[in-house]
Design a protein around this ligand. Structure first.
Ligand SMILES: CC(C)(COP(=O)(O)O)[C@@H](O)C(=O)NCCC(=O)O
Ligand SMILES: [Mn+2]
Length: 922
C-alpha cells in the first residue's frame, strides 16, 4: 500500500469510485436529501439544535445550543386542522418570552421588546469532560436573567396608536412585564401587569393601554431614559456612533473610558439639549421648540404632505434658492467676503417670500420642504454648538427620529456644527437615534442584567422585516417561519422601493458653502426608510474576547474592507452568482419539498435585498467587511430554516475521506520526522481545496473525483509557496543543530471544511502534535456554514478515525470525545490510556466561514488560557479574517487561496497559491 515514486497517496486509488464528484452524484445527493426529508421526523429534520438526531453510526448526538432555533418537536395543530391558517401549538418552544418598553412621543411610538431564549445548551458527557479539563465551572458565569435573548426595535406613528396596540396584543408583548421590578416570565398575565413607558404619551394614553391590553403603564422620566439609552448604546454597540459630512459616513470607535462628558441633542417633536457627565449624571442645559414637530407641522400646512417621510422625500427634489433669501440676493450676486459669507449663504430662510408677489401655490412643495428642512437643521446645529461651547464639550451626539438616517439632514447639522465651531466640535449621529428613550425605559426594569452587558455580548442581526411595522406589512415577524415568508412575499410585491430604501446624498450636498441642492433619489425613499439601519440585538452573555489576541483594541477581523466600492461591487457580483446554486443545495437539503422551494425562494429574495441595500449604502448595518457579508448569507439561510444546506455533501465527503485515512496514516508513519512535517502541512494546504464556497473549486468538482482533485492539489504543492514560513515553523517544531525544542503545551486548531480538509489535513496534523506531547483542541463552528465542519460533528469524525489509530484514540478518550465509543472501539481491547495528552473539541461560538475573535464562545476562551500555539486554517479564518491579526502566542496561518482576485490583492499571487505564515509570539 505504501506510496510508489514518492507519491504517498498512490495507494488510495481503490476508493475512486466511492468518491465520484459528478452530475450523477449530485443527483444522488439530491435524492438522498429527499429520502431524508420524507423519512425523518419533522422535528428532527427542522430542528437541528435539539438532541435526538442520529449520526452516521446511529448514535444519538446533541447539537450545540448556543443559538437555538425554533423547536417544532411535539408540535400539534390546535382546533380545526382544516382551517387555512390553524394555530400550531409548540409545547417545547421556549422562545419569545417577551418584555416591552415604550417611548410614546408626540409623533412616534417607539417600542423596544425582548424575546428570550432559554439556555438550551446540552450538557452532554463530552462537554462535561471538556469543561473539567479546561477548568470551566458554571459558577464562573455571571448570572444573567436576560440570557440568550434578543432586543427588537419597532416604531409606529402615534396617530396609529391602535395599530401599535394590535401589534403588542398579537405578539403578546405585554404578557412579560408582569411586575415592573422583576423579570417574571413564567407567570400568566394578570391584573397587575405593568409595562414601562416614557414620553408624554405614557401619561396621555395610560387609560387606553389599561382598557385595551389590561396593563398599567409605569411612567419613567423622559430625560433619565434618553440618557440611560444613549449611554447603553454608546457603550454596548460597536458601530453605534458615526459622523456624516458631505455624504460620507464614518463610524467612530468610542472609548468607553473616555465617553463623558458629551452633549446629547435629542430632536423629537421638540429638542432637548443635555449635558451628560456619566451614568445617571446629566443636566438638561437647553432646548428649542423648533424641532421635528415644527418641520412636520409647518411642512404639512405648506405642502399638504401626508406624512413626515413624504415631506422628507419631497426635500430631496427641492431647490431652496427659490424661497430663501441668499447673501447674493442682497449684494447683487456678490459675496460679502469681509465677514466670510459667500453669495450662496442663506441670509434669511424663506426671506424671498416677502418680496415676491407669489402665493403659496406658486412655490413648489419640494422647494418649501427643503427650505424648511435647512432652516430647522441649521438652527438646531447652531444652538447645539453654542451649548457645546458653553460647557467646553467637543462631542455632540444627535438623536431622535427627526434625523431618520436622512443623509441631507445629517450633512446640514454637521455643516452647521463644523461651520460655527470652525472645525473644533464634531457632530455625531446614532444608528439607534430614535430609540434612546425606549431603550432607557427598557433599562429601567430592574435586575435584567442589561447594564452589565459589554460590546462582545451583543450580536446584531438583520432579519428580514425586523424594523417594519404598520400598514399591510405588519411586523416584525418573530420566530414564525410562515409569517416571515409571507412577509417576504409582500415585501417583494412592494418592489425596489423597499429593497433600496434609504436616500443617499452624494458627496458635496452641502459643501463648504452649504448651498448646493441635494440630488434627487426620491424613488428609493420610502416611509420608514431609516428604520432598516437597525437590526435585532442578540444578547449572548457567554461570548468573550479571545484572550490570545495581542491587542484586542486594535484588532480588526476583516482583511477586505468593503467601504471600497470597487471591492463591494466585486463581492456583490460573486455572491449574487453563487445564489442559484446555493438555493438548489439548500432546497435539496430539506427534501426538495414545495415548502422547501418556497423557503428557498424567500431566502434568495431576502439575501438579494440585503445585497442591494448594502450596495446602496454599505455602512447601513455598521462597518461592512467581507466577513460580514459571508455571515449575513448564513444568517439569512437560518432565518428561512435552512439549518445545514451542505449536510449530505459533508457526510459524503467525511465518509470518503475516512475510508482513505488509514492508508495515509500508514504512509506518514513510514516517513522521517522532517518529511512527515512537510507532508502534513502540504496535506492541510492541499485539502483546503474542498471548499463549496468557492466558484472555481465547485467547477472543479464536476471534473474529477476527490482523489484526483486531491492528488492534483498535492502535486501543486511545490515550495516555495507564495507565503512560505515553513522553515521557521519546522525549526520551532524540530529544532536545529541537534537541539530539540520543547513541545508546545497546548495547540488550538481552528478547523475549516468537512471531508478531506479535516480528515486528511487537520486530523493528521493534530495527531502529530499529540504524538509530541502537545494537548490539542480542535476549534470548530457552533453552527453550520457552507461545508464547514461543526463542533457537534467533529467527535464522530474523530471516533471513526480513532478506530484506526491508537494515538488518536487514547487522546480522544483522554479528552472525553469517545463517550459513546469508549467501550467498543479500542484497537487492542484495552481501556483508554489516561497518560495520553488529551484531544478536545470546542465550539467557536459562530456560524460563519470567517471568525471574529472579539466574540468567541466561553469554551474557546477557556481553552485558550493555556494555549501556546494557534493554527488557523482556511481562507475564511486565516485570510478573509485574521490575516493581519497578531497573537500573544505563536500562530500558524494555513490556507489555499481559491479566488483569483484575492490572490492578487493579498499575496500578489494567483488562484490556488498557498499561504503558510508562521508568526512567533508577540
Ligand atoms: C467562503 C470561503 C471563504 C470559504 O473558504 P474556506 O474558509 O473554506 O477555505 C471562500 O470559498 C470564498 O471566499 N468564496 C467566495 C469567492 C469565490 O467564489 O471565489
Ligand atoms: Mn470553509
Amino acid at each position: 500500500m505504501a506510496g510508489l515514486n514518492g507519491d504517498p497517496f498512490l495507494g488510495i486509488d481503490d476508493n475512486i469510485e466511492k468518491l465520484q464528484y459528478n452530475n450523477n452524484s449530485k443527483e444522488a445527493i439530491d435524492k438522498e436529501g429527499l429520502v431524508v426529508g420524507i423519512g425523518e421526523d419533522s422535528s428532527n429534520n427542522k430542528n437541528n439544535n435539539q438532541g435526538g438526531e442520529k449520526d452516521m453510526a446511529g448514535n444519538s448526538i446533541h447539537r450545540s445550543g448556543s443559538r437555538p432555533q425554533l423547536d417544532l418537536s411535539k408540535a400539534e395543530i390546535q382546533g380545526n386542522s382544516e382551517e387555512r391558517d390553524p394555530t400550531i401549538l409548540l409545547p417545547n418552544q421556549t422562545d419569545d418570552i417577551s418584555h416591552l418598553a415604550l417611548d410614546i412621543g408626540g409623533s412616534l411610538i417607539k417600542l423596544v421588546y425582548f424575546s428570550r431564549h432559554e439556555d438550551q445548551s446540552v450538557d452532554d458527557k463530552r462537554k462535561k469532560i471538556v469543561k473539567e479539563r479546561l477548568g470551566i465551572s458554571n459558577g464562573n458565569r455571571r448570572n444573567f436573567p436576560v440570557l440568550g435573548g434578543r432586543l427588537h426595535f419597532v416604531k409606529f406613528e402615534t396617530s396609529k396608536l391602535n395599530e401599535c396596540l394590535d401589534f403588542i396584543s398579537s405578539k403578546q408583548l405585554h404578557r412579560g412585564g408582569i411586575d415592573s421590578h422583576h423579570w417574571n416570565s413564567e407567570a400568566p398575565a394578570n391584573e397587575n401587569a405593568v409595562i414601562k413607558a416614557t414620553g408624554g404619551g405614557a401619561y396621555k394614553f395610560a387609560d387606553l393601554f389599561k382598557e385595551r391590553l389590561g396593563v398599567s403603564i409605569d411612567k419613567e422620566d423622559e430625560m433619565d431614559c434618553l440618557v440611560a439609552g444613549a449611554n447603553f448604546l454608546l457603550k454596548a454597540i460597536r458601530h453605534e456612533a458615526f459622523t456624516h459630512m458631505e455624504g460620507h459616513k464614518e463610524f467612530v470607535q468610542i472609548d468607553h473610558n473616555d465617553l463623558f462628558p458629551y452633549l446629547l441633542v435629542n430632536i423629537g417633536s421638540g429638542v432637548s439639549i443635555i449635558k451628560v457627565d456619566g451614568d445617571g449624571k446629566f443636566q438638561r442645559v437647553s432646548g428649542t421648540n423648533v424641532g421635528g414637530g415644527t418641520y412636520w407641522g409647518l411642512g404639512r400646512l405648506l405642502t399638504k404632505c401626508n406624512n413626515f417621510d413624504e415631506l422628507l422625500e419631497l426635500s430631496q427634489r427641492g431647490d431652496n434658492r427659490t424661497i430663501d433669501m441668499l447673501v447674493g440676493d442682497i449684494y447683487g450676486g456678490m459675496d460679502y467676503s469681509k465677514i466670510g459669507l459667500s453669495a450662496s449663504t442663506i441670509a434669511s430662510s424663506f426671506g424671498k417670500a416677502i418680496s415676491d408677489k407669489k402665493e403659496l401655490q406658486d412655490y413648489r412643495p419640494e422647494d418649501i420642504s427643503l427650505s424648511l428642512l435647512r432652516m430647522i437643521s441649521y438652527n438646531i446645529g447652531q444652538i447645539s454648538y453654542l451649548n457645546a461651547l458653553r460647557f467646553g464639550l467637543k462631542r455632540i451626539f444627535f438623536g431622535g427620529f427627526f434625523i431618520r438616517g436622512h443623509a441631507y439632514t445629517m450633512d446640514t447639522i454637521s455643516f452647521a456644527v463644523h461651520f460655527w465651531s470652525k472645525g473644533e466640535a464634531q457632530a455625531m449621529f446614532l444608528r439607534h437615534e430614535g430609540f434612546l428613550g425606549a431603550v432607557g425605559a427598557f433599562m429601567s426594569y430592574q435586575k435584567h442584567g442589561l447594564d452589565d452587558l459589554m460590546v462582545h455580548h451583543l450580536v446584531e442581526r438583520f432579519p428580514m422585516g425586523a424594523p417594519y411595522t404598520g400598514g399591510k406589512i405588519h411586523g416584525p415577524p418573530l420566530g414564525d417561519l410562515n409569517e416571515k415568508i409571507s412577509w417576504m412575499e409582500k415585501f417583494v410585491l412592494k418592489g425596489t422601493e423597499i429593497t433600496a430604501p434609504v436616500p443617499m446624498a452624494p458627496p458635496g450636498t452641502t459643501g463648504l458653502g452649504g448651498f448646493e441642492v441635494p440630488s434627487s433619489r426620491g424613488a428609493t425613499l420610502r416611509s420608514d426608510a431609516s428604520a432598516l439601519n437597525v437590526g435585532v440585538l442578540h444578547l449572548v452573555p457567554t461570548l468573550e474576547v479571545f484572550p490570545l489576541l495581542a491587542d484586542p483594541k486594535m484588532y480588526e477581523p476583516n482583511t477586505i474592507d468593503l467601504s471600497d466600492h470597487k471591492e463591494l461591487e466585486y463581492w456583490f457580483t460573486v455572491l449574487s452568482g453563487h445564489l442559484p446554486d446555493l438555493v438548489d443545495k439548500a432546497v435539496a437539503s430539506e427534501g426538495g419539498t414545495d415548502d422547501a422551494k418556497r423557503r428557498g425562494d424567500a431566502f434568495a429574495r431576502a439575501f438579494s435585498a440585503h445585497l442591494a441595500r448594502l450596495m446602496e449604502e454599505p455602512a447601513a448595518y455598521g462597518k461592512l467587511g467581507l466577513a460580514n457579508l459571508l455571515e449575513l448569507r448564513e444568517e439569512c439561510l437560518r432565518e428561512f430554516q435552512f439549518l445545514d444546506a451542505y449536510r449530505s455533501i459533508k457526510q459524503r465527503e467525511n465518509e470518503a475521506s475516512l475510508a482513505v485515512l488509514p492508508d495515509l496514516l500508514l504512509e506518514l508513519d513510514h516517513m522521517d520526522e522532517e518529511t512527515r512535517l512537510l507532508t502534513l502541512i502540504e496535506g492541510v494546504l492541499a485539502a483546503n481545496i474542498f471548499d463549496w464556497g468557492s466558484r472555481a473549486c465547485v467547477d472543479f468538482y464536476h471534473k474529477g473525483t476527490i482523489i484526483e482533485i486531491y492528488r492534483m492539489s498535492r502535486n501543486k504543492m511545490q515550495r516555495p509557496w507564495r507565503v512560505d514560513d515553513f522553515d521557521l515553523f519546522k525549526e520551532r517544531m524540530l529544532g536545529s543543530e541537534g537541539k530539540k525544542p520543547r513541545p508546545h503545551k497546548r495547540a488550538l486548531l481552528f478547523v475549516d471544511n468537512s471531508g478531506a480538509d479535516i480528515v486528511l489535513g487537520m486530523l493528521p496534523l493534530a495527531r502529530e502534535l499529540l504524538r509530541r506531547g502537545t494537548e490539542v483542541v480542535l476549534v470548530a463552528n457552533s453552527l453550520p456554514a457552507l461545508n464547514d465542519v461543526t463542533a457537534m460533528e467533529v467527535p464522530d469524525i474523530v471516533a471513526e478515525a480513532a478506530k484506526h489509530c491508537d494515538i488518536l484514540r487514547r487522546a480522544a478518550e483522554a479528552g472525553g470525545l469517545l463517550v459513546d465509543a469508549m467501550n467498543n472501539n479500542s484497537l487492542d481491547g484495552s481501556r483508554g490510556n489516561s497518560s495520553s495528552v488529551p484531544l478536545m473539541v470546542v465550539e467557536n461560538g459562530c456560524g460563519s466561514p470567517c471568525i471574529d475573535l472579539r466574540q468567541v464562545s466561553s469554551e474557546l476562551a477557556a481553552a485558550a488560557k493555556h494555549a501556546d500555539l494557534v493554527i488557523l486554517e482556511g481562507m475564511g479564518r486565516a485570510l478573509h479574517t485574521n490575516f493581519n491579526a497578531r497573537f500573544k502566542c505563536e500562530a500558524l496561518k494555513l490556507a489555499m487561496v481559491k479566488n483569483q482576485r484575492l490572490a492578487e490583492k493579498l499575496i500578489k499571487g494567483k488562484i490556488y497559491d498557498c499561504v503558510c505564515r508562521y508568526e512567533p509570539a508577540t
